[in-house]
Design a protein. Sequence first.
Length: 279
Amino acid sequence: GACSGNPITEILATEMEEKTYWAKWTPRTYTVIFDTNGGNSISKKTDVIWDTKVLDGIANPIKDGWEFIGWKCSDKTVSATTTYSELVLDEEIPYVILSAQWKDTAAPTGEISIGENSWNTFLNNITFGLFFKDTQTVTITASDNSGETVKVEYLLSDKELNETELPSENFTEYNAAFSINPEHKYVIYAKMTDANGNVAYVNSDGIVLDATAPVISGIENGKTYCEAPTVTIKEDYLESVKVNGANVTLDENNQFVLNPAEGTQHVVAKDKAGNATSV
């Protein structure tokens, strides 16, 4: 190898006043720099000599959401036995840079949005408690810690599904926002797959799209009744029934008796989506 330092050292003096000298060589030293690519910092390794194993004494780096899979020096894979001399073509090269290689292990994240409502987790114990009377637009967004594109798919289900059922379901590729229309009820499931095959599921709460107003039967507008008529309300998602502004309770047959009263009586039935019928 190349040499540096003081090359001559006196080692022997004879009676003849003759002196013998031997050369003293100091090994050239090199530096190994560790680029962890977002992992924890590793100090550079100095005083490396030509045949030093570059990874001796070096612990694997750590990076949240990623699995460390090894080091590379340019396009060369570095192993535990790789020496400095195996990484350079010329002994005059003073340093090398080793780059950490990672495998993404974190699932992507995403969000389903309908108007001001949004969901970014997987929900259990679904209740169909969110009502709309008009067509709604569904938007799904997704991202991954790798920064790469995430494949997004969706499923419209009329019932709750668990995470063990979802892999066998037939999802539709999501390319742009889409509409959901009355008369339906849905749980919207989104499947997000990153470039490394990590999968995440997100779902909405139960959604009811109801554009049909309640039906009131048993009485007619403008008609006068001498006896108390029985009023029937037909509505799957009834919110309230009021007579002249006062709440009325229906029996098990969704009926009530409209008691005689002076003047005009107004019956208003309203469903949970905001549709209303009045007589």
